[in-house]
Design a protein around this ligand. Sequence first.
Ligand SMILES: Cc1cc2nc3c(=O)[nH]c(=O)nc-3n(C[C@H](O)[C@H](O)[C@H](O)COP(=O)(O)OP(=O)(O)OC[C@H]3O[C@@H](n4cnc5c(N)ncnc54)[C@H](O)[C@@H]3O)c2cc1C
Length: 388
Amino acid sequence: MKKFDYIIIGSGIVGCSLAYFLKKHSNSVLLIDKNSDVCLGASGAAGAFLSPLLGIDNSFKDLVNKALKFSTSFYNNNFPKSFVQAGTIRIPKNKIDKEKFESYIPYMSFPFEEKEGGYYFPVGSTIKPEDICKELSFDIEKLFNYDVKSIKESENSWILNDEIKARKLFLCTGANLSLINEEYFKLRAVWGQKIDILSSTEIFNNYHKECSISKSIEENGKYKISIGATHNRFEDDMSDSSFNLGLKDINYIKHNEKTLEIIQNDTKKLLERANDILTLKEIELINVKIGARASSVDYFPMVGALINSKKSFEVYPHIKKGAFIKDEQLILYKNLYTLNGVGGRGFVLAPYLAKVLSEFIINGSEIEKDVLNFRLFKRWARKEGKSL
Ligand SMILES: Cc1cc2nc3c(=O)[nH]c(=O)nc-3n(C[C@H](O)[C@H](O)[C@H](O)COP(=O)(O)OP(=O)(O)OC[C@H]3O[C@@H](n4cnc5c(N)ncnc54)[C@H](O)[C@@H]3O)c2cc1C
């Protein structure tokens, strides 16, 4: 059986970022995906805009803006060819939104100036999703078209599909949680769509209002522009459409009518919203991508060790009644970690969190409490534990 120090399941921006940092400490890293290449899940559907979170100070805003500072300089210093620093103009949606923006001015974390009826942030940028995932994982051993159906703990390691062994296993599977059988570990799949168009209109910055528009790139005398994104939280069963996490290479399969109808509606919505920002002339639709963001219940990412709820309840039954327990007392799955729940800001959060998680693995450095999985377990145990 082949054995690796580190196996990462999921080769989106999260898995590729983690592989990049772990590779600095081991030559035995394997990156696995059920798709036929990197960046074919949510990461491949992203406009990959990087822009500040505005608002009054709070711990989520702190995290996002800290990650934005780290990730923009990380991309710019290490992968300048994949990085486009064009600045972003944030335009209020209406009068109430404008008042809100004004009230945020004392709390701005990045330099800005007023421009075109909005606020221009020079830090705003985009990253090319496929290029960055390829660059990050360039010297990593990869296994594609490999659907991990089972993971089993065995003698201080994990065995995947009874075939491959990992000393430490990292689940970076985005909205697909089929490998985690823990009720507290919940995510919402928020599906969305991005389109690329050609237009005769040149655009010099990124814009964000009800959607984002990218700075244009000239292509054969026309201008290529990305427009994203929509948000679809499907309540109905969508397994008879391409909005199905079990499928492979979803943006390269033939969509059925049900899927196409949603895609066409979303394309219309995106074009209307983009034209509400700028008048885009002579539009030709050249690319449509769909994907599912993985959103946690409190919007914070889900990082680090996984708690074994069954064993923790066996050893500490009083937690079901809401008794306090220290994180370090909980029973964990040994050598199993997640980096997930990055929602609509994966390209901002992934490099920063991958560095934090890799330093925890290598040096035992601390991970900030807000992103650890402990919080999810404790909240769930307090709420649901009594009925278990
Ligand atoms: C339309 C849209 C627009 C977006 N726009 C932006 C944006 O402008 N800026 C931004 O920062 N973020 C944006 N996002 C969010 C961003 O794309 C996500 O946060 C990010 O891609 C999540 O990365 P990931 O690696 O966690 O997930 P994914 O990219 O989905 O990767 C997970 C991978 O795991 C694989 N996998 C899952 N289970 C298994 C298994 N059992 N065996 C093998 N492989 C498995 C999947 O095949 C997949 O490739 C957008 C998302 C969408 C959908």
